[in-house]
Design a protein around this ligand. Structure first.
Ligand code: NAD
Length: 207
């Protein structure tokens, strides 16, 4: 997906990132493409699903529950992203119902903070209870697993594809939601490291 910057506000607002304007033609390649979106039943995921459908894509939504949106090009595949077998099934089923085609993967499913690292709650033996890893499991581990499967499938086709991972502004800020912030820092770090890893792998594969 290419974005074009057709206007810039930097002269009016020094120091700010230039405004990016889409003229619409950048998204023409989405037509008839096959896209997996995790967590596509609500919020940011749903907004993206709508956008992709408007541009003629076929979308498979991997979420715990279906959303309210129905569309001939939208399929729901019940997926708990923390389950490796569920993710395997999401990718397999998507390719099976779209003649082996898969163009883009959007690892978006995520939840808010759940851990309290200041809790003094004790177990029956009087030891400190282990904090929940729920947010890390969904936001980071499952996002990495989704990307790993995406790489596996997209590398099998000469045209490749693209992977989008949802991080957050909290990846850059010390917000008071430590498990969420850690998960989003992790997503950013994983994306940066894999970008380099894939470039090196491509370099050696090219001989
Ligand atoms: N809302 C924000 O302000 C904001 C800001 C930055 C980043 N984000 C990130 O954007 C993503 C989407 O957030 P949102 O605000 O749209 O949330 P949301 O709660 O509206 O949507 C999240 C979706 O993920 C699904 N989901 C949750 N756990 C799942 C699981 N185990 N398996 C499959 N699906 C699961 C939910 O059912 C839901 O449909 C998240 O990764 C979130 O961290 C959100």
């Amino acid at each position: 997906m290419r974005l074009s910057s057709t206007s810039s506000k930097t002269s009016e607002w020094p120091g700010l990132t230039p405004e990016i304007v889409f003229n619409g033609s950048e998204f023409a390649s989405l037509k008839d493409s096959v896209i997996i979106v995790t967590g596509g039943s609500s919020g940011i995921g749903l907004a993206n699903v709508k956008f992709l459908l408007e541009h003629g894509a076929h979308v498979v939504n991997g979420d715990l529950k279906p959303g309210s949106l129905t569309h001939p090009n939208l399929t729901f595949h019940r997926t708990d992203v923390t389950s490796w077998p569920d993710l395997i099934s999401l990718f397999k089923q998507t390719k099976a119902t779209h003649s082996g085609k898969l163009n883009h993967v959007f690892a978006n499913a995520g939840i808010t903070s759940h851990a309290n690292y200041l809790s003094e709650a004790l177990d029956p033996a009087g030891d400190l209870l282990e904090p929940t890893s729920k947010t890390l499991d969904i936001n980071l581990k499952a996002c990495i697993n989704t990307a790993t499967l995406a790489i596996h499938h997209l590398r099998q086709q000469p045209q490749g594809g693209s992977i989008v991972l949802t991080s957050s502004a909290s990846a850059y800020q010390p917000l008071c939601v430590a498990d969420y912030t850690a998960s989003k820092h992790g997503v950013l770090g994983f994306m940066r490291a894999m970008n380099s890893t894939l470039s090196v792998a491509e370099f050696f594969a090219a001989g």
